[in-house]
Design a protein around this ligand. Structure first.
Ligand SMILES: [Zn+2]
Length: 173
């Protein structure tokens, strides 16, 4: 967590392109590592307590907006249906057209993920079931976790705007 704070601070305040690149690389590696830790929580391997696994699983997913409950729901089905046509991955990377720049870029950024998260948030606000999730408890938890991530995202934007206003007021004073 300390590495993420240091790297993010460097990204916010540093103008040296080499330091910026190093900070982004560190953050990327740490975010990927957190998804691995979330994988352990989601399988129930990290702690004996299911509640602790969920709390830390949700915390690990904050930076990638990766819901612990959604990952768990999809990933356990992936394990159950491996080798069959029903097998789907939670992180569903595209492997088509990787030889072209546009195909590689689309796969690299996996922009469809943002659309998927937005669709789930719409379901959370309208009371509809999350597409592809037929268990009520999983539906409830998935919506709770994405709404929690939305609240953190909105709060951080509000805090940024507020602190910018404060900085402008201090500069003018
Ligand atoms: Zn697994």
């Amino acid at each position: 967590m300390g590495l993420i704070v240091i790297a993010t601070t460097a990204i916010a305040f540093c103008s040296n392109p080499f330091l910026l690149g190093a900070a982004m690389l560190i953050n990327g590696m740490m975010f990927a590592h957190l998804i691995e830790l979330q994988h352990e929580c989601m399988h129930g391997h990290a702690f004996h307590s299911p509640s602790l696994n969920r709390v830390f699983g949700v915390a690990c997913g904050i930076f990638m907006a990766s819901s612990n409950a959604h990952y768990r729901y999809g990933h356990l089905r992936h394990h159950a249906w491996l080798g069959t046509l029903r097998n789907l991955e939670h992180f569903n990377y595209r492997f088509a057209n990787l030889h072209s720049l546009s195909g590689f870029t689309r796969a690299f950024f996996d922009l469809s993920r943002y659309k998927r998260v937005a669709r789930i948030l719409v379901c959370a606000f309208t009371g509809r079931m999350v597409p592809g999730v037929d268990k009520p408890k999983a539906n409830r938890e998935i919506k709770q976790e994405y709404l929690f991530y939305l609240a953190i995202f909105a709060s951080s934007i509000a805090a940024s705007i507020y602190s910018t206003h404060l900085a402008v007021i201090f500069l003018l004073a």
